[in-house]
Design a protein around this ligand. Structure first.
Ligand SMILES: [Zn+2]
Length: 343
């Protein structure tokens, strides 16, 4: 097979076509303290400032060798745009939620999408960061943007307690919030695709079995995933934290091309379930392995992951900010060694 560009390899992998080797990248957050110090683009500013966001994201590719540029580094953009309140976090902690607008059931009806969604402060900054990244990075490098999905948006808007209660007592209220979330995801992701983003990762752990029973995933979430993926004008990936094993089959039918899984999911088992119907992405543990294990150990786990059948080698979730650059370089090198060892 002729040498593929990074972008061709990434997109062919999402489309489950033949590739010479699996891509290695992160579809979840890539900002680390070492990269921030190297680039001068630090958290919390890099969450809000397009120039800094772009610089830190590009460093994940140029310095650490990840085969995509992936941004932003937080999950607060849509939630804040819809009325949630966040603390901006620090150099090594992501923004975290302080308050939510739906305290009681009646509040759900007050949530609406701003008319000028794409002009709202945080989304506008993301779109500007996209233009900067596209201007600085070769067109051969895939650009991946992340955003929270419908279930996560509902969770942010009503808070954990209401979410867990209402999914049993008032699922229709959650569905109202999810529909708002879905509409935001459609408009926002298509604006990113229009600016040249190659894939959008929908981070929607609150739809997963660790939080929502699979029967509710099927009735409450899945129909909206189908509509969302049907409306998205580019490549789509869903990331679900925790153990997504119980909903693998349903996610295959959701229309997403890629499923990003955490290390709690057994890749070999998942690969048998999904076959070539969806691209499995993952799943070396960012906290247990990439942050603190030796580079030899990181390589061993990464190779195991490829051998077990991931279509894209990636951390199982966001890279921990204190992860050494050398550990991610070893992670990338493991992919190369896997193919050298087996040839
Ligand atoms: Zn995760």
């Amino acid at each position: 097979m002729a040498e593929l560009t990074l972008k061709e390899r990434f997109i062919r992998s999402l489309e489950r076509k033949d590739v010479d080797k699996v891509p290695v990248c992160a579809v979840t957050q890539t900002g680390t303290v070492e990269l921030m110090e190297l680039t001068g683009a630090k958290w919390p500013e890099a969450h809000y400032d397009p120039e800094k966001m772009a610089s830190l994201a590009i460093a994940g590719h140029e310095v650490m060798g990840l085969e995509a540029v992936r941004y932003p580094f937080c999950n607060s953009i849509i939630a804040e745009t819809l009325g949630c309140v966040f603390d901006e976090g620090s150099l090594d902690t992501q923004p975290y939620q302080l308050d939510h607008p739906c305290k009681k059931k009646e509040d759900v009806a007050t949530i609406s999408i701003p008319d000028d969604l794409l002009e709202s402060k945080r989304i506008k900054a993301m779109l500007e960061a996209t233009d900067i990244i596209k201007g600085r990075v070769s067109d051969d490098v895939p650009v991946i943007a992340g955003m929270v999905g419908p279930a996560a948006i509902a969770f942010y808007l009503c808070g954990a307690q209401n979410y867990l209660k209402w999914c049993i007592t008032d699922p229709e209220l959650l569905e109202e919030l999810m529909i708002i979330g879905k509409k935001v995801c459609i408009e926002y992701s298509n604006a990113l695709f229009d600016r040249g983003v190659d894939a959008v990762v929908i981070i929607d752990s609150e739809a997963g079995p660790d939080i929502l029973p699979p029967s509710l995933f099927e009735s409450l979430v899945l129909p909206h995933y189908r509509e969302l993926t049907g409306e998205m004008k580019g490549h789509s990936i869903v990331h679900i934290c925790g153990d997504a094993t119980a909903i693998l089959e349903m996610v295959v039918g959701s229309g997403f091309e890629g499923l990003s899984i955490e290390e709690k999911v057994d890749v070999a088992y998942a690969a048998r379930v999904v076959g070539d119907r969806i691209c499995l992405i993952g799943n070396v543990s960012p906290a247990a392995t990439l942050l603190g294990k030796s580079t030899e150990h990181i390589k061993k786990e990464a190779k195991q992951c490829i051998g077990d059948g991931v279509g894209i080698l990636s951390p199982g979730c966001g890279i921990a900010p204190r992860t050494p650059i050398d550990n991610i370089k070893a992670f990338v090198a493991a992919r190369n060694e896997f193919y050298e060892d087996s040839s």
